[in-house]
Design a protein around this ligand. Sequence first.
Ligand SMILES: Cc1cc2nc3c(=O)[nH]c(=O)nc-3n(C[C@H](O)[C@H](O)[C@H](O)COP(=O)(O)OP(=O)(O)OC[C@H]3O[C@@H](n4cnc5c(N)ncnc54)[C@H](O)[C@@H]3O)c2cc1C
Ligand code: FES
Length: 348
Amino acid sequence: MFRKLFAKKASAKVALSGGPTFEVARNETVLEAALKAGIAYPHDCTVGTCGSCKSRLLQGKVDAITPFGYTLSREELQAGYILACQAVPESDLLVDVPLGGAPIRKVAARIALQQDLTHDIRFVTWETDSPVDFRAGQYMNVSWPGGPGPRSYSFSTAPVEGGRQRLSAFIRRVPGGAFTEALFAGQLDDAAFTLEAPHGTFWLREGSGPIVLVGGGSGLSPLMSVLEDAVAKGTARDAILLFGGRTERDLYYLSEIAAIGERWQGRFEFRPVLSEAKAEGMRFGLVTEEIPGALTDLGNVAATQAYMCGPPGMIDAGLAALLAAGVPLASVHYDKFTDASTGKKQAG
Ligand SMILES: Cc1cc2nc3c(=O)[nH]c(=O)nc-3n(C[C@H](O)[C@H](O)[C@H](O)COP(=O)(O)OP(=O)(O)OC[C@H]3O[C@@H](n4cnc5c(N)ncnc54)[C@H](O)[C@@H]3O)c2cc1C
Ligand code: FES
């Protein structure tokens, strides 16, 4: 009945909470209409797999072109989250979405610097043909001639006024991986890359409550970007950075993290967690098992924001631990580092 009523309407009105209102034509998605209206609505894949366009439906009803449940968690679905690229309005809507990223664009780039950080993680810097504007924590899509398709890499440095012409990321070698195997073998040293950026909404939200950051492997990349940016802006929020590795040889950037700690104005603590070998001064187990203790130590769980980056299994376990401890879902932000073996990638 509701659907029939709307079918007679030519369009629906979508209001973004605290932002603009725009019209969505019949059978158009929320994302398509927002982009047409010139709104920098966060997105990437446009086919319902990456999660970049995740938004919260506050009022109204939508139809899903492909089920949101392929990409969103049960908790997110229950809380009213939708994928704007798959959502066709069935009524006027009120939608909450994190706006504030710079417009997405493509630049030409070449690798300017490479440096091994661990046995399987490399610091890579591209020099671009023009400056790229981004927010700390966002990522870029990297394409190269002959490659099977773009790969996503999160910026490891804080942005600068006017944009950066040198873009860096921590990149983990994935055995059998099309991009990383070629990169680590030196086959892309002189390649003509195309970088598309900025993508994602993994930036530090406003607030005065504590922050817990959780990373594994190359997942430290956007966390360093966020931390560097926050320390430069003089944040005084209490923070604990949990970082997981198998053994001590998986730890890196320790002096850079220590330097952040020295400049941080609130409490700052770095807790490395090893899952396969015990070491003096380090916690032993899975990094996500340290989340409840970190939250207790920070206090004020209800006001805590969480930022997680790394392999999908770590994010799923981390999300469960955070919600079980009482961190509100809307305060949990993550980028899942999925690859071709996962078949889809997700951000949140
Ligand atoms: C938002 C986001 C941000 C990211 N940021 C970073 C970052 O900062 N640093 C980082 O290191 N990574 C990051 N990643 C992951 C990165 O984008 C790549 O997925 C990763 O580097 C692997 O790329 P690849 O081309 O080497 O491997 P792929 O070619 O994607 O292959 C990955 C694995 O899948 C296997 N495989 C290939 N095809 C199939 C198939 N059809 N079925 C099953 N298995 C298959 C391969 O053998 C290999 O083991 C991010 C991912 C996302 C989504
Ligand atoms: S842009 Fe909507 S899920 Fe990727």
